[in-house]
Every structure is written in structure tokens, then in C-alpha cells.
Design a protein around this ligand. Sequence first.
Ligand SMILES: [Mg+2]
Length: 362
Amino acid sequence: MSTPAAHFLPTTATLLHDHDALLLDLDGVVYVGPEAVPHAARALTAAVEAGHRLGFITNNASRPPATVAAHLRDLDVPATAQDVVNSAQAAAEHLAREFPAGSPVLLVGTTGLREALTDVGLRPTGDRHEAVAVVQGFSPDLGWQQLAEATHAVRSGLPWIATNLDATVPTPGGPAPGNGLLVDLVARAAGRGPDVVCGKPEPALFDAAVTRLRARRALVVGDRLDTDLQGARTAGLDGLLVLTGVTGVRELLAAAPHERPTHVGHDLRSLADTHPGVRVRAGDGQAAATCRDAVVEVTGGRLTVTAGEAGPDGLDVLRAAAEASWAVADAGAGLAGDGLDAAAGAVRDALVVPSGDVRAGL
Ligand SMILES: [Mg+2]
């Protein structure tokens, strides 16, 4: 049996104490649609009172930062426009590092992107013949003419920056085509993809936030493995997965190496918790993991909770189960299909969910 390095990292005191800035995803972490996530406002107010900087990190550039900040303040979350970092700003800041002030940039997309370019001293233009680069962001008003201009510009060899590659955007009627699909139209017509993508999981958005907040040790907080937590790993930052959004037990047990969190919590109250590490032993397609008094084994494609002590926040079994599952997966014997369903069921039975909260996603 070997002892692979665990992904969950022990904190020296509370999670908040070990970091100086929080880079927070919004939907599924701070709010869900118009409603605040339970406990989010109080936890973030406490973080600000303890001297922490907050950055609200969003791929969605269709709402200007001031509008997002006003929405957050309506939910009693302390926020100013300056605290909101979106992918349009990251794209503009990237271009400002590459080109001198006043350079014309072909704008394909939103009003938010126009403002972001102007804010960093660049000049939005609709004329590809004078442009030094192309920048594309989501807009519900984007038409064929603009997509055709973008295609000609990209084919002529101009650098092409995309704010994000989200395939869909949420609308009241359900998912609708997002910037990723509109970028794809240009890419297929032009025969090549964008040179730089700024949104999560690419690190540019987190890099821009770390610079703006002057953070020395930032913590990314998110609910999605393939954007927030993958982005945290790519940017070299710690990542807290909260279970208030799209990720539940099954998804966490099946997480790929590049999207595994360093911490997990029910919700933002876990910022005030001391987080444990996990010890793992693995070999011959088997693994055993111990988190405080919880022990989980995976043998022959089956996960067994050997000691089901939930721990102070109720999640120690989940931490041990995730590390054991990941260890066998990394050795080529991962849980899948029915085995994964059974494992997730066994872990759910052993979790302790905070009273008064409904966690449908688990
Ligand atoms: Mg989210």
C-alpha cells in the first residue's frame, strides 16, 4: 500500500483565518436566481468585519458590475462595483497589457465589454480594418453582420480574445445559447479558435481578481467543479466547494484530478470552521481513507463506510469517501455506474446535514 498525497488540506485555524481574500462565485454560492443562499449574507458580512477582501467572480459579463453589486446589497451582502470582477474586465485587462493605450479593438458583443475596454484606455471599434485585435463577449443582440466581421478579422490573423466559453446562459425559459456557441460559429467559419479565453476555468479571471484585491493568499469559493474548482487549481489557489449549488456527493466522488477542491463545506458558514486533512492508503485497486474519526474503504468497486463519525460539520465521511474514490480512480480502478450510485448513497446516509436546511442537490 502507498500513501498518495491527499487533496483536502488541513487548516491551521479557521478557513477564514488562513486566507486574506475570498474569490466568490455568485450563482449557487451567494444567490440562486433572485434569492440569497441561506447563511451567505451573514458569513460574508463576518468575513468583511474580520478584514477580508471579497471578490465576486463571474463569467457573465452581460450585467455591469454596479448592477451585480446592487443586487448583492439587496440581499444584505456587502459589495461595491469595485468588488465585482467579470470576464469582460479580464479580457480588457489582458488586451491593455498587450497593446498601447488608445489602440482600436474590434468589439463583438456586449455593452459591458465596451465599458471595460474604455475603462482600461482602449478604443472599441466596429471597423476591422483599423483594429489591432478582436474581443468577443456574450450579447443577446449579436447579429450575423457582426459575426461575419469578426470572422473576416480573425481570418486576417488578428489576435482573438473571448470573454468565456460557457455553452449556455440561463434564461427564464431554460438554457439558451451562450458565448461559447457564438465563439464556435466564428471559429468554424474562420477555421481556428480564439487565442485567449478569459472566463473560468481559465486563470485570467482569478489572476485579475488577485491583482485587484492585492491578495497574498486567496481562497476560491464555488459550486461547480468544471469552472470554479478547476479554475482554482489552474490559478494555483485553494478552492472551497460548497454544496449549495450544482455539485452533490456523486459528482464529488467522480471528480477528475484537475477539478478536485482543497476544502468542502455545506455552505459559507464553513469559512468559520477548522478544516481537517485526510490520510489515504492505496494499492492493488483498493484504498482506505481516514478523516478524523471517519474511515472509508473502496475495494472491488465497492465503497464501505467503516467508521461513520460525521465530525463537527457532518462532512468527514464525505471527505474520506472522496479521497478513497479518487485514489482508486487515479490507479485506473475508479467507481462508475451502479458502483458510483451505491457509493454516493452510502455516503449520503452517513452525512449529517445541518438542521433546518434542505439540500436537494446532495
Ligand atoms: Mg455557480
